[in-house]
Design a protein around this ligand. Sequence first.
Ligand SMILES: [Zn+2]
Ligand SMILES: [Zn+2]
Length: 129
Amino acid sequence: MTSPHICPKCTDYRELSSRTVSGDDATLTFEVCGGCRGVWLGWDELGAAKALRDLLGLVPTAASFERDQLAGVCPDCDPARELARLPVGAFAIDRCPECEGLWFDGGELGPMLTEQGFDALMHTLRTNP
Ligand SMILES: [Zn+2]
Ligand SMILES: [Zn+2]
C-alpha cells in the first residue's frame, strides 16, 4: 500500500487522483489535482502526453501566475524533495531533482504540448540536466 500523493501546490491538502488515457499509439497514466488542476507526470511520459494531447481533457484556462510562483515539494519522494523551477516561456514548470517527475500547474500543460511549446519544453529539460 503506497501512501497517496499530495498536491505540491495546494495549501489545503489535496490528494492527487490517478488517470489513465489510451489512444491508438500510446497509453498514459498521470495524476491530477482536483483543486488546482495541476498535473504530475514522469519526464519519460511526455511523448505519450503529446501524442494524447487531445484526449487528456486539459482545462482551457490560463495558468495561474500566483500558483506558478509557489515552491512545491515532490509528491513522490520520501524524504521530501523541493521541486526545482525551470522557466519555459512565460511560466516555469517544476521538476524533482531526485525522481525527475514534472509538475505542471493548472493550465500549463496544454500550451506545453503544442508543437512550439513542446520544443521549448524539451530544450529546457535538455539544457538543465
Ligand atoms: Zn492542487
Ligand atoms: Zn521526486
